[in-house]
Structure formats: structure tokens, C-alpha cells
Design a protein around this ligand. Structure first.
Ligand code: ATP
Ligand code: PRP
Ligand code: MG
Length: 325
């Protein structure tokens, strides 16, 4: 038997739940034979796939080393943990969950410090006054270094923080922090404020491919099947299916529906009896139904789509472009 195809997914918390739901919606059911504490799983119907349940940061490292073919993890962890990330992994698609911003936050009491340029000024003053550099508490050491360097800030020192980073300024172990925020509640509760231009990265969970994995023809075929499921579901989510039948429908009317409402006609124009199937963005359904009735339709029905399989698979095309032929 050939080596398994490894899909790495988060082993706990919100990311795990969201990831399992995401694959399930795409028709890929992840299951663990040994229950919740089993860190190996399978995908029903895909025999050579091994699902590896790992922490989100470990997934980034495993992808960088080529120990997993595909994985789900946050872009923040990819950028923090992988040097030269764009050469070693490819972010195939943002998954629409796990949103978090990596930000520079300072005590609210620093009323004169609004921007990174202001911060640059006070770091220099702080060093002269206190004979030590300002301390930045973070677990995002690399992202912080890169961002501070891009803003020309050099008078600071990083204090590595494993958790509860937002508490560091009040505890006196740092002057400011770099950490993730989603709702802003934790920053506010700790009397901190994000600098106006202090957002380092807007992160979300991504489907990530590894360059260094063993991309045998069989592994590529497995990736194609997985990405085909995901692309079909993504395409289905973007549209509702609209059906109607009326004689006055012609190419000019379809052209107008396309430019006004973003409507696609996946099976071409109306049939000889005037039957028409359209795909319409959800937000435009009422406007489209009104438009069709104004032009002669008696009835317009709308249904949700589960999957739309296209010949083209943009996700697999992106993977192939990244891996090279
Ligand atoms: N409110 C949030 N808190 C923590 N992580 C979040 C939040 N929202 C989104 N995320 C994302 O989830 C990922 C972190 O997941 P998780 O905490 O499981 O990671 P980890 O690196 O394994 O951390 P841990 O040390 O807690 O095990 C990151 O990509 C992060 O951006
Ligand atoms: O902006 P907010 O919505 O307040 O979210 C941000 C906070 O949430 C996370 O911690 P979490 O409580 O998940 O604990 P963790 O340290 O175990 O990740 C994260 O580390 C931040 O501290
Ligand atoms: Mg965490």
C-alpha cells in the first residue's frame, strides 16, 4: 500500500467544530474510530486519507515540514510559524471562520499614542528616560518583528508570552502587547486599545497545502477529489437556483439579468418551451423574481443548492499551479 494522504485538522475548540462542520457540508465526513480522545481519523469513502488531529500551531509546522498534504489552520499561525511561508505552503481558500486580527495594543491611558509613528516616538523617549527598552508581550514574535521593522521601530524588546497576554501591561511585565482579537472584549477588559494603524494581519482559518509533502500521483488525485467536494459546496453556497418559464425570455433579457443581478444561466438560455434555470446570488433573489414577473413570468420558484459540480475546479487549479506540473 502506498503512503497515506494526510489531512491535518484542529484537535480542539471552536476551530475543530467549525472544521468538521465545514467538511461535512462539503460531503466529507470526518470520523474518529476511537472517540474524542483519538487523534487519528478517517474520511468516509476516501480510504487512503489519514486525518491527523493536531493543535492549530502544530498544523502550521507539520505543513511546513511536509508531514501533512493539506491542513486547516489560521493564517496568523502560518505567517508566524513558517519562514518564507509563501514558498512552503499555499493558502488555498479562506474558510469563513476563525476570524481574528493580530493587533498592536497599548494602554488606553496613553492618549497621545494613536499610531505606529506615535509609538516610535514614545519608544525612543522611554529608552532615554528609563534606560531600558519598551517591552512588548506577545506570542507572535516573528509577526511583531516584521511589523515593527516595517514601521522603523527598533527601541523595543519582546517578552514572550504563553497566554493571558492582555494582562501583561497591568501586571507590569510589559508596556504594550501584540495579540489576537475578535470582538475586542478582552482588550477592553484589560484597559487596552488598538493603534489606528496597528492591525498586523486579518486572519481566518484557511485550507492550506504543503509544498514539501509526498505529492505522488495518487496523493494529487486524492487532493483533487477533496477539493472537488469543497469547490462544489462553495459554488452552491454562492447561489440559489431559480426556475421559471415564459415565452418572452430571450438572450437580451438574460444579459440584462446577468448585469443587474449577477445571475448565471448554467445550462444556457430557455428551452424550446421557455423553461429557464438560473443561478442567482441570495441577496438578489427578490429583485430578480420581480424583474422576471415584470417581463412576463407567471411563477418563479427558488431552491437552495447542495452542490454545483463544475468541470473547472479553481481550488485544484490553484494547488496544481503551486506544486508545479
Ligand atoms: N477568539 C479566539 N481565540 C483564540 N484563537 C482564535 C480566536 N478566534 C480565532 N482564533 C484562531 O484560532 C487559532 C488558534 O487556535 P488554538 O487556540 O487551537 O491554537 P493553538 O496555537 O494550538 O493554541 P493553544 O496554545 O491554545 O493550544 C488561530 O489561528 C487564531 O487566530
Ligand atoms: O477579542 P476577543 O473576542 O475578546 O477574543 C480574543 C481573546 O480570545 C482568545 O483567548 P481564549 O479565551 O480563546 O483563550 P485561549 O488563550 O485558550 O486561546 C485570544 O487569545 C484572546 O485573548
Ligand atoms: Mg488558543
Amino acid at each position: 500500500m502506498s503512503a497515506p494522504f494526510v489531512l491535518a485538522v484542529p484537535s480542539k475548540g471552536r476551530l475543530q467544530e467549525n472544521t468538521e462542520a465545514f467538511f461535512a457540508r462539503a460531503g466529507l465526513k470526518l470520523s474518529k474510530a476511537g472517540g474524542a480522545r483519538d487523534y487519528r481519523g478517517t474520511i468516509a469513502g476516501l480510504d487512503n486519507v489519514e486525518v491527523a488531529y493536531l493543535s492549530a500551531s502544530e498544523i502550521a509546522s507539520q505543513l511546513a515540514r511536509g508531514f501533512a498534504h493539506l491542513g486547516v489552520t489560521g493564517e496568523d499561525l502560518v505567517r508566524e510559524n513558517i519562514a518564507d511561508a509563501d514558498k512552503r505552503v499555499s493558502l488555498i481558500e479562506g474558510l469563513g471562520f476563525g476570524y481574528a486580527d493580530v493587533v498592536v495594543a497599548v494602554p488606553q491611558a496613553w492618549i497621545d499614542v494613536r499610531t505606529m509613528a506615535d509609538l516610535d516616538d514614545v519608544t525612543t523617549g522611554f529608552r532615554e528616560q528609563h534606560h531600558m527598552r519598551m517591552r512588548v508581550a506577545t506570542k507572535f514574535v516573528n509577526l511583531t518583528r516584521g511589523f515593527f521593522q516595517a514601521h522603523g521601530i527598533t527601541d523595543y524588546r519582546i517578552v514572550e508570552s504563553a497566554g493571558a497576554t492582555e494582562g501583561a501591561p497591568a501586571a507590569g511585565s510589559a508596556e504594550l502587547i501584540v495579540d489576537i482579537t475578535t470582538t475586542g472584549a478582552t482588550l477592553a477588559a484589560n484597559g487596552l486599545r488598538v493603534l489606528d494603524d496597528g492591525t498586523i494581519l486579518r486572519s481566518q482559518a484557511n485550507l492550506v497545502a504543503s509544498k514539501g509533502a509526498d505529492w505522488s500521483p495518487q496523493a494529487r488525485e486524492t487532493a483533487r477529489v477533496i477539493l472537488d467536494h469543497i469547490a462544489a459546496r462553495a459554488r452552491a453556497n454562492k447561489y440559489r437556483e431559480v426556475r421559471t418559464r415564459f415565452r418572452q425570455c430571450d438572450a437580451a433579457l438574460l444579459g440584462e439579468a446577468h448585469s443587474r443581478y449577477g445571475v448565471e444561466a448554467p445550462f444556457g438560455g430557455p428551452t424550446s418551451s421557455g423553461m429557464l434555470t438560473l443561478h442567482c446570488p441570495p441577496g438578489q433573489l427578490y429583485a430578480l423574481a420581480s424583474f422576471l414577473r415584470e417581463h412576463g413570468a407567471e411563477t418563479v420558484s427558488v431552491v437552495s443548492l447542495d452542490y454545483v459540480f463544475d468541470r473547472e475546479n479553481p481550488l485544484f487549479a490553484k494547488l496544481e499551479a503551486f506544486l508545479g506540473q
